[in-house]
Write a protein that binds this ligand. Structure first.
Ligand code: GTP
Ligand code: MG
Length: 327
């Protein structure tokens, strides 16, 4: 056990041991995970926590869990290059956005709380697929038992507000609601001392076609200047959606590399997706564990390198690099 874990960690651990239902176990484990500092010394522990969390979630998938107040609980298995979830007040166009970007059939309607369940869809960005998850509104009935867990587990939050209806106030409401569940957002410092997990997030200001949108956007941008990134779109008219795809990809902090063996061409339709900062060794390991172990050197074609430059195992790769593995 690494030293210097804060007292909240041990509190959460105690709750984990006492937990009776998978839901309570997941909640406690997620909290332990988010409190644990990220460095080499905690890598193994964090991996163990993730495995435990995944196991309880799997149990939940087989049979929907029943939460403390008798409500159902949900979980969305991650697929593709990353998972972005749509969080916001009712009627802001979350379902319309997911439908426009993924083709998933998430019902859109003019009344409040249309969406009751998480509905995932796959969004194409160039040659990769990113998972978008449509969620119920934060104020929808019966969601507090499971919605915060889904948000904590996501790779990226898209905070969806309606430019036609006080978007700055809506963004505040969402950020306060998240903080109430101890979820903080990068670029926003509210209640920082109480927050146990920091998520990457951006504001998606939808309905840029609506009356009063320009004014709403100005208010929103002046409030979050230099903090949360904001993008104006219209899910209905398809405006800004290509930029949004790219922004989501960038915010996920991933790169695409194309691995090849000597004498063959890389398949540019089928990248390996890695975390930003990954090395030649990481790329080799993602192909096969033995490739990593036996890697002697690699050659890289792409940005920042001479074509075919010979590099060491610890060479950091860039998005779009082609890498030839020599074992
Ligand atoms: N003008 C305009 N209307 C939109 C846009 N996107 C969605 N809407 C409308 O806004 C209403 C709500 O859309 P939904 O996608 O159901 O909203 P939601 O955020 O999923 O709502 P809940 O599931 O109830 O939380 C619908 O009547 C949509 O047609 C847009 O870009 N412009
Ligand atoms: Mg909806």
């Amino acid at each position: 056990m690494p030293a210097n874990l804060p007292p909240q960690y041990y509190e959460a651990e105690r709750r984990y041991r006492q937990a009776k239902t998978p839901q309570e176990k997941i909640e406690a484990l997620e909290e332990m995970f988010s409190i644990m500092p990220k460095h080499k010394g905690t890598d193994r522990l964090r991996a163990e926590l993730r495995t435990k969390i995944a196991r309880f979630y799997e149990e939940a998938e087989k049979r929907p869990m029943v939460g403390r107040k008798g409500s159902l609980l949900y979980y969305v298995k991650k697929e593709g290059a990353g998972q972005a979830v749509l969080v916001g007040p009712p009627n802001t166009g979350k379902s319309q956005l997911v439908t426009a970007l993924t083709g998933a059939a998430s019902p859109v309607a003019d009344y409040l709380f249309t969406t009751r369940l998480p509905i995932p869809g796959m969004m194409e960005f160039e040659n990769i697929q990113i998972q978008l998850v449509d969620l119920p509104a934060i104020t929808a009935p019966g969601v507090t038992s499971w919605l915060p867990n889904i948000i904590r587990n996501a790779d990226l939050l898209l905070l969806v507000v309606d430019l036609g209806g006080e978007p700055a106030a809506q963004a505040e409401t969402v950020l306060d609601w998240l903080a109430g569940f101890r979820i903080g957002v990068a670029g926003d410092s509210r209640r920082a001392e109480e927050v146990t997990v920091q998520k990457k997030a951006g504001i998606v200001a939808n309905k840029v076609d609506a009356p009063g949108a320009a004014e709403g956007l100005r208010a929103l941008e002046s409030r979050h200047q230099g903090g949360l990134p904001t993008i104006a779109v219209s899910a209905l008219r398809g405006q800004g959606l290509e930029e949004l795809r790219r922004d989501v990809f960038r915010a996920l902090d991933i790169i695409r590399v194309y691995t090849k063996v000597p004498g063959q061409k890389p398949d540019l339709r089928d990248p390996v997706v890695l975390k930003r900062g990954s090395t030649a060794l990481d790329a080799a390991e993602s192909v096969h564990k033995d490739f990593g172990r036996n890697l002697k050197y690699a050659q890289v074609w792409g940005s920042g390198k001479f074509a075919g430059q010979r590099v060491k195992r610890d060479c950091v790769l860039q998005d779009g690099d082609v890498i030839e593995l020599h074992i």
